[in-house]
Design a protein around this ligand. Structure first.
Ligand SMILES: [Zn+2]
Length: 79
């Protein structure tokens, strides 16, 4: 699987819910730092899916950020 290593700091102007916090903790955990790309992509996708359904404003902000940086939407999320 092609994976672009791209770290992106998200400056999110929203109140993360409990699920968000759990996933952000998971994404920034030591375990995840050593996980393979596929695992990281899975967790990132899960988080994005949650954001899509629960925090649509955040997704819009992220996408416009990605667009403005001319980067692939495939990215890693770091707290
Ligand atoms: Zn949430």
């Amino acid at each position: 699987m092609q994976s672009h290593k791209l770290s992106m700091k998200l400056y999110l102007d929203f109140d993360p819910c409990v699920e968000c916090k759990e996933m952000m903790t998971e994404l920034s955990s030591e375990e995840m730092l050593f996980a393979d790309d596929e695992t990281r992509a899975d967790v990132s996708a899960k988080f994005l899916r949650h954001l899509t359904y629960n925090h649509n404003e955040v997704v819009k902000a992220v996408m416009s950020e990605v667009k403005s940086q001319q980067r692939s939407p495939e990215f890693d999320l770091y707290k």
